[in-house]
Design a protein around this ligand. Structure first.
Ligand code: AP5
Length: 218
């Protein structure tokens, strides 16, 4: 079993690669972004509290996201957890270590996905997803085969995220460099860090990640 973190700036391809790992290896994707968007859509008190923060491109409090992860960890790991967009602060990284220890698990690898800012802007502003199954598309690099219809489930509910604007991306990148990128040093120090070139084609990035997993997974 392998438990991995996908670490990278907004648009690095974390969600795209996580979905492939779920499909190909039966791993369990834990995306705090997806959990928060579900809470937002449900109209719950917590969802209302986080909606504005997310749309502005700022980080939600550690307390909320750690609580969300804690709840999901107890549901079972399948062939291992993929932490997608979590942890994003040093406090979250420490909390994750404690939570994994509590359930008798450990981290296998932290995979940093490197992509430059210019590519991120093009990726984020062209992204859309299927509101039914969550498949991720792009206007230029991965359009649907039939315009307006999801290739995977056939739904026509294709959506763009409220925070996928140039302005919000600037804020999201600032948050990433200030609060999340220090985790690269943290996981380098723990000996868990691996770096992949996130600029390659989806399949090339997937092959690099598989190489890490096959070398490190247990
Ligand atoms: P979250 O949903 O986690 O967003 P993010 O980290 O900004 O990452 P994205 O989902 O935007 O990008 P991605 O790396 O998954 O890229 P994707 O695969 O979609 O978080 C959203 C918000 O929630 C945060 O801003 C914050 O407010 C809050 N939040 C979440 N977690 C939190 C936490 N732990 N603590 C506090 N707050 C938290 O790809 C992007 C596009 O590029 C797609 O169109 C895709 O088709 C395309 N693409 C992907 N790979 C390639 C490739 N190799 N080549 C060409 N195109 C590609």
């Amino acid at each position: 079993m392998a438990n991995i973190i996908l670490l990278g700036p907004p648009g690095a391809g974390k969600g795209t690669q996580a979905r492939l790992l779920v499909e190909q290896r039966g791993m369990v994707q834990l995306s705090t972004g997806d959990m928060l968007r579900d809470a937002k859509a449900s109209g719950s008190a917590m969802g209302r509290r986080v909606a504005e923060v997310m749309d502005r491109g700022q980080l939600v409090t550690d307390e909320i996201v750690i609580g969300l992860i804690e709840e999901k960890l107890s549901a079972g790991a399948g062939a291992g957890f993929i932490f997608d967009g979590f942890p994003r602060t040093l406090a979250q990284a420490d909390a994750l270590a404690r939570l994994l220890e509590r359930i008798g698990q450990r981290l296998s690898a932290v995979i940093e996905m490197r992509v430059d800012d210019a590519a991120l802007l093009a990726r984020i502003t062209g992204r859309f997803t299927c509101g039914n199954c969550g498949e991720v598309y792009h206007d230029v690099t991965r359009p649907t085969a039939v315009p307006g219809k999801c290739d995977v489930c056939g739904a026509t509910d294709l959506r763009r995220r409220a925070d996928d604007t140039e302005e919000s991306l600037k804020q999201r990148l600032m948050e990433y460099y200030k609060k999340t990128s220090p985790l690269i040093g943290y996981y380098y120090a723990t000996g868990d860090l691996f770096s992949v070139d996130g600029l390659g084609a989806v399949e090339a990035v997937a092959a690099e990640i598989s190489g890490v997993l096959d070398g490190e997974g247990d």
